[in-house]
Design a protein around this ligand. Structure first.
Ligand code: G1P
Length: 264
């Protein structure tokens, strides 16, 4: 039986210049730098495979064709497509580049520079897909309880009611990179989303925001203003997001991978 909201495709935006990791990422895309025995992006693709994704659309730039050479057309049962974002104008713009590939089906967005470690059998991304498939939400977002002094690095959601973080919760707002004392909660967006295709209408209505870029958080905000229903799933104990966007966080992720390797 076909589940109407079933998500088969994931978009992985990976066209950014990775300037925060220069000179390491001058010629090598940041998504292909090693995290233990394999590139970061292979960890992310494995997470998608474990969660039942059948097709991945990588958003790359001409300078990052190495991603296409690495993954090719398919691996096992998963197919790969490539769309180009000539100039990195933000996450919403990157998602827009895949519009023709997802047509009128719901889809996921999985950030290519963050890996989610989990001690559970299924990655938390699966809970995002389950919640999307089982409810009539217009979007579902994975969030991470985050220390207050770090919230200004992220998109931060505003829950509608008091939160029991072991369950999903609905939100009434989202703010991209808020000032430290203006963050509406401690729940930061953790780089995994599920969307109805109507998000493209909201992306088209999104003005430039933080960093003079088109932010997907702002598109979600317009969706909420228009009556859209957005739910969140929070990371639980034993689930940690590892970001490789800066040397500090990349080294932390690498150290954890080495620790896992030596305990094998
Ligand atoms: C992006 C999103 C932000 C999110 C973060 C981590 O920011 O815009 O809302 O919290 O990823 O998932 P970036 O890391 O590209 O600045």
């Amino acid at each position: 039986m076909r589940i109407p909201n079933r998500i088969r495709r994931a978009i992985i935006p990976a066209a950014g210049k990775g300037t925060r990791l220069f000179p390491l990422t001058k010629a090598v895309p940041k998504e292909l730098i090693p995290l233990g025995r394999k590139p970061v992006l292979e960890h992310v693709v494995e997470e998608c495979t474990l969660c039942g994704v059948e097709e991945i659309i990588f958003i790359i730039s001409p300078a990052k064709d190495a991603i296409r050479r690495h993954f090719g057309e398919s691996v096992g049962n998963i197919r790969f497509q490539y769309a180009y974002q000539p100039v990195p104008l933000g996450l919403a713009d990157a998602v827009r580049c895949a519009k023709d590939y997802v047509a009128d089906e719901p889809f996921a967005v999985v950030l290519g520079d963050s890996v989610i470690e989990s001690t559970h059998s299924l990655p938390p991304f699966r809970r995002v897909l389950d919640m999307f498939e089982e409810t009539c939400a217009d979007a579902v977002i994975l969030v991470q309880p985050t220390p207050r002094d770090q919230l200004s690095r992220y998109g931060v959601v505003k829950p509608k009611d008091a939160v029991d973080s072991s369950f999903g919760f609905e939100i009434e707002d989202i703010v991209e990179k808020p000032l430290p004392d203006e963050a509406p909660s401690i729940y930061a967006v953790a780089g995994r989303y599920a969307f109805k295709p109507s998000i493209f209408e909201y992306i088209d209505r999104t003005p430039r925001g933080t960093g003079n870029e088109y932010q997907i958080s702002d598109s979600i905000r317009i969706m909420i203003e228009d009556g859209g229903r957005i739910c969140c799933v929070a990371l639980q104990d034993g689930e940690v997001r590892r970001d490789i966007g800066t040397f500090e966080t990349y080294f932390e992720a690498f150290a954890l991978e080495l620790a896992k390797e030596s305990s094998r």
